[in-house]
Write a protein that binds this ligand. Structure first.
Ligand SMILES: [Zn+2]
Length: 308
């Protein structure tokens, strides 16, 4: 069974809505690029922050009694959609986290007759520490590295960077220097009510900050191991690198000095908890570990299908 077969859903007026893919009427769960393929939309269902962060253009926005958006955690503006139909409802979670982040509230669990759930970390290998514990570990790491040199985190520009800025601001009393890509997204967060303090690396303020030891944030896609040597020579002091990702729970990195299992997704227990409380008659699982999680759900008595 393919994702698009399940994620093309009929709504009350007889039309179909495409969940996280482009169609005449499409729903966008959140602004991460793998959920926003194609920047031009006809009729769209999405939260205002998601529309702003994703940079899409559209002809019209649909608000319909039978389409209800619920918070999904995960990042600013992320939602789940509940589609009410004759004889029941269909819920699509998109990427979600039950735990609160530093810039978002955790997801609601929505009771569903049919549930389409993402399973990014749907393996028992993935259990994530509490966010406040991670912030304390991060604080100690940041303080100790800054005594000797610079510390640069390579994380996703959208979502994870803003979580990190918030931790640095509120737990460490630090204003990080961030790349223009990260600054651009962070400015949108600020417009939507998140108070983030950061310095754009292409500003005069950054030139001042670079004179002392600093914490930097660059997009993960720009990280190269050779940057360590290059920046160490440039600033004449050690340059350490940090990674914050759920994958660090199972694959400790040997290219980063700090690699913490900090994720904005549900972990395995959260995924099972979601399904148990949603209690669907049918559940469709998609993403990494879909087959494994679907088998676990079958053993728990659910009519479950892995979606490719
Ligand atoms: Zn996402």
């Amino acid at each position: 069974m393919q994702f698009k077969d399940v994620a093309r859903v009929e709504i009350a007026d007889g039309r179909t809505i495409c969940l996280d893919f482009n169609g005449d009427l499409s729903y966008i769960s959140h602004a991460h690029s793998d959920h926003v393929v194609g920047k031009k939309r006809n009729e769209v269902v999405a939260s205002d922050p998601t529309i702003h962060l994703s940079g899409i253009s559209y002809n019209s926005k649909l608000v319909h009694d039978h389409l209800k958006l619920h918070p999904a955690g995960h990042m600013l503006g992320a939602t789940q959609v509940e589609i009410k139909r004759d004889g029941g409802n269909f819920v699509y979670t998109g990427d979600f986290s039950l735990a609160d982040g530093f810039t978002y509230k955790g997801a609601n669990i929505v009771e569903a007759d049919e549930l389409l759930i993402e399973s990014t970390y749907g393996s028992p290998d993935y259990h994530f520490p509490k966010k406040d514990d991670l912030a304390q570990i991060l604080k100690k790491e940041v303080q100790s590295r800054l005594q000797y040199g610079n510390l640069i985190f390579a994380v996703y520009a959208t979502g994870k960077s803003q979580e990190l800025i918030k931790i640095l601001n509120e737990h460490c009393g630090i204003t990080p220097v961030v790349s223009p890509d990260v600054a651009k997204v962070s400015e949108i967060y600020t417009k939507h009510g998140q108070n983030l303090s950061f310095i754009n690396s292409h500003s005069d303020e950054a030139t001042e900050a670079f004179k002392g030891n600093f914490v930097g944030i660059i997009p993960k896609s720009q990280f190269r191991p050779e940057l360590r040597m290059r920046l160490t020579q440039h600033y004449h002091r050690p340059c350490y690198f940090g990674s914050l990702s759920g994958w660090n729970a199972k694959f400790p990195s040997d290219v980063y000095d700090i690699a913490l299992p900090m994720s904005d997704h549900a972990d395995f227990n959260d995924l099972v908890e979601y399904v148990d409380h949603s209690d669907p008659k049918k559940v469709y699982v998609f993403g990494a570990f879909a087959e494994g999680l679907s088998n676990v759900l079958k053993l728990r008595g659910y009519q479950s299908y892995a979606v490719g």
